[in-house]
Design a protein around this ligand. Structure first.
Ligand code: PMP
Length: 367
């Protein structure tokens, strides 16, 4: 059996130790004689799995008691609609910091549902290579919340601060963050946010599951015509089991949380490894004229590193040879081209070492 190095942006690499444990538990979960996939979500065995996953996540992120954790579905994309539907019931407008493609999709959805959205700050004028700073943020007078995408997965642009969302009248409104591509990659001060959401298929587990962490006071600000599966209040009251949840993805997420706690040693230890991985790859890009990354240094993403070759005619050769060397999924997003290496938690440092060595060798031969 060979497991190649997988730099996919999502669904992304999972820790081998987690997959091995899932494999061991696949046919006969802890002597129960059935697979987790075959369990009722209402059974005591499954409820214990679900509760342990939530407890471990709360411990890893130090989630304060006045926040609910929801394990829901529909992808992060469903949250582009669910957030305004849950937060705009008392009027006001969704405000956004626009830093790239994913945030733009959230803006479009809020506009589609509520007629307007206010761009409080944007990096559009510089082509999303340098993010706004706190002083650039201008909320509308009717801002109900500020939505940010702290890490734009396609552009590789990361905010280097947690914004304070204060209106002109001095009122601070909730900060909402799409943390799909950075959650669990480093410690996080959850108390700075009103709502956090993240699709699972990068740092959490398999696709099909979305985590939402929502502050209690935001459970009752929804529009009145709310589909129950979109309602944070109803999801919270049902323990995320209004209907059948993504049981296996939730179980696997629990194994990933357990791995982060026990094998890695928590999010500070994880962040140190992630810092080293990103530094090695950016150093390799910066010391060469053959590879380049366009993002302002302070905004470089540690999770998604896009880069281009000086001669794009060599792109296909680079990808084919990388794949032959066991380095998978380095092709950039179809909308931007070039290359992108995603360095999520489950991508080991040895993968970055192998990529850097391959890049040096390719440049020597073809550059
Ligand atoms: N937001 C961000 C930052 C993402 O990276 C992605 C997926 N790559 C999404 C939203 C959309 O996620 P999903 O496919 O789970 O809807």
């Amino acid at each position: 059996m060979t497991r190649h190095y997988n730099f996919c942006a999502g669904p992304a690499a999972l820790p081998t130790a987690v997959l091995e444990r899932a494999q061991r538990e696949m046919l006969d979960y802890q002597g129960r004689g059935l697979s987790v996939m075959e369990m009722s979500h209402r059974s005591s065995e499954y409820v214990a799995i679900a509760e342990r996953a939530e407890a471990d996540l709360r411990e890893l992120l130090a989630v304060p008691d006045n926040y609910r954790v929801l394990f829901t579905q529909g992808g992060a994309t469903q949250q582009f609609a669910a957030v305004p539907m849950n937060l705009l019931g008392r009027g006001g407008r969704a405000n956004f910091i626009e830093t790239g493609i994913w945030g733009n999709k959230a803006i479009k959805e809020a506009r589609h549902l509520f007629g307007s959205a206010h761009i409080a700050a944007s990096s559009a004028e510089n082509g999303h290579v340098e993010a706004p700073q706190q002083a650039d943020i201008a909320l509308s007078d009717d801002a109900a919340y500020l939505h940010v995408t702290p890490n734009e997965t396609i552009g590789g642009l990361a905010l280097d601060f947690v914004p304070v969302a204060r209106r002109g009248d001095g009122v601070e409104v909730p900060l909402v963050a799409d943390l799909s591509s950075t959650i669990l990659s480093e410690p996080l001060d959850v108390s700075r946010f009103g709502v956090i959401y993240a699709g699972a298929q990068k740092n959490i587990g398999p696709a099909g599951l979305v985590l939402v962490i929502v502050r209690d006071d935001l459970l009752d600000q929804a529009v009145s015509e709310m589909p129950s599966l979109f309602s944070y209040r109803q999801l919270a009251e049902a323990g995320s089991m209004i209907n059948t949840p993504a049981t296996y993805s939730w179980y696997l997420a629990g194994l990933v949380f357990d791995w982060l706690k026990r094998d890695v040693g928590g999010l500070e230890a994880m962040a140190e490894i992630n810092d080293r991985k990103a530094a090695k790859l950016y150093e390799a890009i910066d010391r060469s004229d053959f590879y380049s990354n366009p993002i302002a240094v302070r905004n470089r993403s540690k999770m998604n590193v896009p880069f281009v070759l000086a001669d794009s005619a060599l792109d296909n050769a680079f990808l084919e040879e990388a794949e032959a060397a066991g380095l998978l999924n380095l092709k950039g997003h179809r909308s931007v081209g070039g290359m992108r290496a995603s360095l999520y938690n489950a991508v080991p440092e040895s993968a970055v070492d192998a990529l850097v060595a391959f890049m040096g060798d390719f440049e020597k031969r073809r550059g």
